[in-house]
Write a protein that binds this ligand. Structure first.
Ligand code: NAD
Length: 252
């Protein structure tokens, strides 16, 4: 019987794949058989090493996604490795923390540019190529609990991730009938660089943990399984969903 979660002969682009959730997703997709184009602005050596036992084709692309300039180069690298782009994971993202009353324009623009603007234009460019041969593809955006909730002291992050949820639905509406599935994963509290400040704040950290029904923070590999599912043919009829992978946080 065919394995619906098999990603052999698929090519996945994963942004921000050098650390954290992006690295976990790239590894899970590779373990399911996908070739990987790993995009990031710092060294991809650790990710390359982690993925090498899977023996899938792998290419690292150095790119700063705070602007749109690298987009075509990334897609060309993917097509160069496997002929087409099947899966795009928009994972690269940043967060800035300050009281809303003091929040600066650069903390607004930096977060919105990477988390929302690049997510849209990279998706647009990937979709144009996915549609060229009519085979479609899968786009997976990395949303957040702050796609559903307000958060505190992270105004641009909340705006960007709420925007990612809306964009996921809009793109799904436009592209579902063309064979592109656009969905998002909303990670809960995951142990990565992104949450280091929170985990170092003993009081906040204890408050967070006490609200997670699973009784633990998540790990990057917890997100990988959801990414494999949404990237696979098992998810062919799933469009525009924002899937929480949060240890039950939103159920509370
Ligand atoms: P992380 O800081 O470990 O990873 C962020 C990734 O984005 C890194 O690979 C980094 O190199 C890349 N990146 C940042 N700026 C970039 C730029 N200008 N150009 C290219 N790449 C850039 O954090 P993470 O937690 O793994 O975050 C990954 C995604 O998951 C983000 O979108 C984040 O908002 C989201 N997220 C994380 C959590 C969590 O608890 N860690 C929760 C919800 C959502």
């Amino acid at each position: 019987m065919q394995n619906a979660f098999d990603l052999q002969n698929k090519l996945a682009i994963v942004t921000g794949a050098n650390t954290g959730i992006g690295q976990g997703i790239a590894l899970s997709l590779a373990q399911a058989g996908a070739s990987i184009v790993a995009v990031g602005r710092s060294s991809m050596d650790e990710t390359r090493e982690l993925i090498s036992p899977t023996k899938v084709p792998f290419r690292a692309v150095a790119a700063d996604l705070s602007n749109l300039a690298p987009i075509e180069e990334i897609l060309d690298a993917a097509e160069g490795l496997s002929g087409r782009v099947d899966i795009l994971v928009n994972n690269a993202g940043i967060i800035r923390r300050a009281d809303a009353i003091d929040f600066t324009e650069s903390d607004w623009d930096d977060v919105m540019n990477l988390n929302l603007k690049t997510t849209f234009f990279l998706s647009q460019a990937a979709a144009r190529r996915m549609l060229k041969d009519g085979k479609g593809g899968k786009i997976i955006n990395i949303a957040s609990l702050l796609s559903f909730q307000g958060g505190i002291r992270v105004p641009s992050y909340t705006a960007s991730k709420s925007g990612v949820a809306g964009l996921t639905k809009l793109l799904a509406n436009e592209w579902a009938a063309k064979g592109i599935n656009v969905n998002a994963i909303a990670p809960g509290y995951i142990v990565t660089n992104n949450t280091e400040a929170l985990r170092e704040d003993a009081k906040r950290s204890a408050e967070i943990l006490s609200r997670i029904p699973a009784g633990r923070w998540g790990h990057a590999e917890d997100i990988g399984g959801a990414a494999v599912f949404l990237a696979s043919s098992a998810a062919n009829y799933i469009h525009g969903t924002v899937l929480p992978v949060d240890g039950g946080w939103l159920a509370r």
